[in-house]
Design a protein around this ligand. Structure first.
Ligand code: TTP
Ligand code: MG
Length: 419
């Protein structure tokens, strides 16, 4: 007799006060004190803060001057991105021991598909407790977990009892635990939509569920209304997807004046490789495939790709692949370069056992250098650290001297895009 299919079990983990908790771990004298990660002063904002600081009303994205006023006794730290990325990798390695299907959402949160691994939600709770314990033992940090039949409920659940929470959210508890929450808790309800709903007297998820038929659709359109109502009833079919197939990061620039000199093209390639790999590192990924896009002055566009033997997050490696693609597979035939784009795909989390990443000492050294540079940029702003090769005496047309690739003369530019 065929066994019934396993029930869907999804786990969402979000670390508690992540940057601040890492700093407290590194310096136990901070334990129990209000710690704020960010830069003081008029232009600073708070990245995050310890729960002790939250009691004073401080939170992420708050202007530093407000935080200084609310919590004058706080310890301020600038933040160390390279360290947080390293810790994030360690946590991901723990998660990957419990499921082959891990979807990182940000530096400190991820979904795990436990379907077929956990017999039911109760078994999911056991696995979540084991994961939390392992993170405590190995990383000396706490995280909050939600276990539910789908991604949406798991994410809501992980937030319900922060910090150090573990909440199982079965469908039956949707009316009692989801409906009292404000409409903003539904995915897809940003500040604007919330404002529109609130203006119409719809404050909680229960209000949406009980709104007379057609009212939501009139307010938001048929599609959005249907989507929100499904979530409000705890229905969400989206699959947990590991970054591998789905993700890519790219960056491109259009130049006001076509690039013609090989040295200028090379500088542009370096700046793009820098930008793309910085974004990769900040998301804690390595990538397998490098994509090059070139549009010539007469508007011919070519795209070329190369898969690397080992995934990387290093500008040097991405640059080498891009140079090779350019040299061997792009034919300018005397034309200039109007647009240059560089991207990476095949994103994955560096695995604990992925020895290749670490056996090559030179690569490992470059990697540390890059992470240190990321940290300095984080601390002093992106102009603080360019690359020697990009510094004056002469910068390329459409390419600035500080290595960030921003230039008022560039007629169009796009920020790194992630999809
Ligand atoms: P969050 O998970 O949103 O926050 P948190 O982990 O600090 O606290 P919580 O216990 O509520 O989860 O973000 C993770 C990290 O991302 C956070 O430690 C710092 C960084 N971050 C910023 O730099 N700026 C921001 O505005 C936010 C929201 C986060
Ligand atoms: Mg967090």
């Amino acid at each position: 007799m065929a066994r019934p299919p396993s029930p869907r079990v999804v786990l969402h983990l979000d670390m508690d006060a992540f940057y601040a908790a890492v700093e407290v771990r590194e310096d136990p004298s901070l334990l129990g004190r209000p710690v704020i990660i960010g830069h003081r002063g008029r232009r600073g904002v708070v990245s995050t803060c310890s729960y002790e600081a939250r009691r004073f009303g401080v939170h992420s994205a708050m202007p530093s001057v407000t935080a200084e006023r609310l919590c004058p006794g706080a310890v301020w730290l600038p933040g160390r991105m390279a360290l947080y990325v390293e810790v994030s990798h360690g946590i991901r390695a723990i998660l990957e021991r419990h499921s082959p299907l891990v979807e990182p959402l940000s530096i400190d949160e991820a979904f795990l598909d436990l379907t077929g691994i956990a017999r039911d939600l109760a078994d999911g709770r056991r696995i979540a407790a084991a994961i939390k314990q392992e993170i405590r033992d190995r990383e000396r940090l706490t995280g909050s977990a939600g276990v539910a039949p789908n991604k949406f409920l798991a994410k809501v659940a992980s937030d319900l009892e922060k910090p150090d929470g573990l909440v199982v959210f079965p469908l039956e508890e949707v009316p009692s635990r989801l409906w009292p929450l404000p409409v903003e808790r539904l995915w897809g309800v940003g500040p604007k939509t919330a404002e529109r709903l609130n203006a119409d007297g719809l404050m909680t998820i229960a209000d949406l569920v009980h709104a007379p038929g057609g009212r939501l659709a009139r307010l938001l359109g048929e599609g959005s209304a249907e989507h929100l109502l499904a979530l409000a009833h705890g229905r969400d079919d989206r699959a947990v997807e590991s970054g591998r197939e789905a993700k890519s990061i790219s960056e491109e620039r259009t130049y006001g004046e076509d690039l013609t000199r090989p040295a200028d093209i090379d500088k542009a390639l370096l700046a793009r490789a820098d930008g793309v790999t910085r974004e990769l590192r900040s998301q804690g990924f390595v990538a397998r495939t490098v994509h090059l896009k070139v549009r010539t002055g007469d508007f011919e566009t070519v795209t070329r790709a190369r898969t690397l033997s080992e995934p990387t997050d290093l500008a040097e490696v991405v640059l080498a692949a891009a140079r090779e693609l350019f040299r061997e597979r792009v034919f300018l035939k005397g034309r200039g370069v109007r647009l240059l784009g560089l991207g990476v795909s095949g994103l994955e989390a560096p695995r604990a056992g992925q020895a290749a990443l670490f056996v090559d000492e030179r690569q490992e050294k470059l990697r540390r250098l890059a992470q240190t540079a990321d940290g300095i940029r984080e601390k002093f702003g992106k102009a603080a650290l360019g690359r020697a090769r990009l510094l004056p005496p002469r910068s390329a047309p459409g390419e600035d001297a500080d290595g960030t690739g921003e230039d008022a003369a560039a007629e169009a530019s796009s920020l790194p895009s992630v999809d």
